[in-house]
Design a binder for this molecule. Structure first.
Ligand SMILES: C[S@@+](CC[C@H](N)C(=O)[O-])C[C@H]1O[C@@H](n2cnc3c(N)ncnc32)[C@H](O)[C@@H]1O
Length: 416
């Protein structure tokens, strides 16, 4: 039988969506497990699965409105329908191609049902919300802590891919680059562009800049300029290591993952920056000295990165958030031992869960009387500390400019 054009990418998208939703993988990991795909097909499959992940509750409501039969959440029929509708909404795929590439995926299964639901929805017209719903448990959790406005903003943000943020090694040149390429600069060394292919942008090969969400660039900006020896814990793939090295600090970068450290090494090579790399579990590693400043960018649920990684909202089950909070508490306690008296410890997570941010810092301060929060406001105005003294970047901030990932960060100082 001749193969249907585009079916390979759709089959791969189905595998990816299934791996994310049923097995809790990241979309990147799920994509890496699909073999024998051309680069364009792989990119298309990731785009289709990613688009579906931005809108699952809305897509499911549409599917349920077109059949009386209750399709289980993880059934192949529901997955295929989600992918077809996501293509209609996000990629503008023509209806005949949607149907032609959806039906073979349920061959030997509920083909008639899928055909019927898809036909009904395409005839009715598929509405496109500019504020699709988040998974119900996430909305409930965030409504309770952050309120309606923030949830509304998060819904608007998940609808679209975010712009491309670059961090420059030198401030000189960043402003000119922004105006030359139709971008804006929202902080020193920062340039924001409409999304485009990174490798094609001028300056990539020379290592003048690297890709880093503006919010992710803030924690390293909290490290005092005069800190000579800086420990970057949980450092890979190294966005913050490069910032610290470019700012002139002598940096020791520690990470437990060999493959992620290899990416850090490549990043340093490309940008002509230097750091001492250590592959170690930060909970066991014992340095032979203490540091002037430490940046702990701890592993977390990553729910703050939902614009780029919408699947984070499905992976972050309460158990995972609680396990992360436990690990973060241990990492912070361990890191604090390696700080000189009078030194600065910056803690950050790209999470919207207070358990991984505010509560970790509250717990640490309660049992470490020699540490206090430093609230000096030396970040851009949009990232001013809250009344509690830490910095919380929420959905909705700088929305007109394209928004930011959500982050928590705190700068702690150890009494001299
Ligand atoms: C949020 S990412 C770090 C991102 C990085 N700071 C950057 O800016 O590119 C968290 C990192 O923590 C590392 N990690 C997780 N558990 C660790 C541990 N026990 N010791 C050291 N590194 C760990 C992971 O391998 C991962 O690279």
């Amino acid at each position: 039988m001749p193969s249907i054009e585009g079916i390979g990418a759709r089959r791969a998208a189905l595998q990816m969506l299934d791996a994310v939703l049923r097995r809790g993988q990241t979309l990147e990991a799920a994509a890496a497990h699909v073999h024998n795909l051309s680069p364009p097909d792989r990119a298309l499959a990731v785009a289709i699965a990613g688009e579906a992940l931005r809108r699952i509750p809305d897509l499911d409501a549409l599917i349920d409105s077109a059949t009386r039969q209750r399709l289980p959440d993880d059934s192949k029929a529901r997955m295929v329908l989600r992918l077809a509708l996501a293509q209609k909404i996000g990629l503008g795929t023509p209806d005949h191609a949607l149907v032609a590439t959806a039906l073979p995926l349920v061959e030997g299964g509920p083909r008639r049902l899928v055909h019927g639901v898809l036909g009904t929805l395409l005839r009715r017209g598929v509405p496109v919300s500019d504020a699709p719903r988040l998974p119900a448990e996430v909305e409930e959790r965030w409504l309770a802590v952050w309120g309606e406005q923030t949830v509304e903003a998060a819904r608007r943000q998940i609808a679209n891919r975010p712009p491309l943020d670059l961090t420059f090694a030198e401030d000189e040149g960043a402003q000119a680059y922004a105006s030359e390429h139709g971008g804006v600069s929202l902080a020193p060394k920062h340039v924001r562009l409409e999304s485009s292919s990174v490798a094609d942008l001028p300056g990539f090969g020379e290592g003048k800049w690297w890709v880093q969400d503006l919010a992710a660039s803030l924690p390293a900006r909290l490290v005092p300029a005069d800190a000579a020896e800086v420990l970057d814990l949980c450092a890979a793939p190294g966005g913050k290591t490069m910032q610290l090295a470019a700012a002139g600090h002598s940096v020791t970068a520690v990470d437990a993952s060999q493959s992620r450290l290899a990416r850090l090494r490549e990043n340093l090579d490309r940008t002509h920056l230097a750091a001492t790399l250590v592959e170690a579990d930060a909970l066991r590693w014992k340095p032979n000295r203490t540091f002037d400043a430490i940046l702990l960018d701890a592993p977390c649920s990553a729910t703050g990165t939902f614009r780029r990684h919408p699947e984070a909202l499905y992976r972050a089950r309460p158990r995972i958030i609680a396990d992360n909070a436990e690990l973060q508490t241990q990492l912070l306690a361990t890191a604090s031992q390696w700080l000189k008296p009078g030194g600065t410890l910056v803690y950050s997570v790209c999470s919207l869960e207070p358990q991984e941010g505010e509560q970790v810092i509250d717990g640490f301060l309660a049992s470490n009387a020699d540490f206090f929060l430093d609230t000096a406001a030396d970040l851009p105005d949009f990232a001013a500390p809250t009344e509690s003294g830490w910095i919380r970047i929420l959905p909705g901030l700088l929305e007109a400019e394209g928004g930011l990932d959500s982050f928590f960060m705190a700068r702690l100082v150890r009494a001299a």
